[in-house]
Design a protein around this ligand. Sequence first.
Ligand SMILES: Nc1ncnc2c1ncn2[C@@H]1O[C@H](COP(=O)(O)OP(=O)(O)OP(=O)(O)O)[C@@H](O)[C@H]1O
Length: 126
Amino acid sequence: MIPGSDSDHPSFLKSFLFAVQGFRFAVRSERNIKVMLCGGVLAVVAGLVLQLDLLSWGIIFLCCGVVISAELVNTAIETVVDLVSPEFHPLAGRAKDIAAAAVWVLSLMVALVGLAVFANALLARL
Ligand SMILES: Nc1ncnc2c1ncn2[C@@H]1O[C@H](COP(=O)(O)OP(=O)(O)OP(=O)(O)O)[C@@H](O)[C@H]1O
């Protein structure tokens, strides 16, 4: 629901455009998302060089999507925390630290999965 608007929900197309707007804003303002997008491009290049099979491509794209989505949610949480607690507050800091930890844990696991996929592809080519 948009505050001040008559309709309960924007149309499907408008919702999609709002999401694109949110993605563009996050990419422009968050260094971590830029780093993750670069990591995704590197993974795709490495996948092309190693000629990954279909299942491996699925895993790589899923991993990239999961990490970037997690960082987007982290950015949304940071934005809401800044809105409700512009002053210093230990709980605001804790919420941001925990949201950042969620991305960190996911990134670590995805890095391990990526290593396994690329090691498997390398071994298959030996
Ligand atoms: N309002 C606040 N009250 C207390 N501590 C805060 C507050 N805002 C930020 N912090 C602390 O500063 C850290 C960095 O906050 P900031 O908003 O700069 O996140 P960030 O560095 O942009 O995070 P990310 O790198 O994930 O984008 C937080 O993880 C938290 O520990």
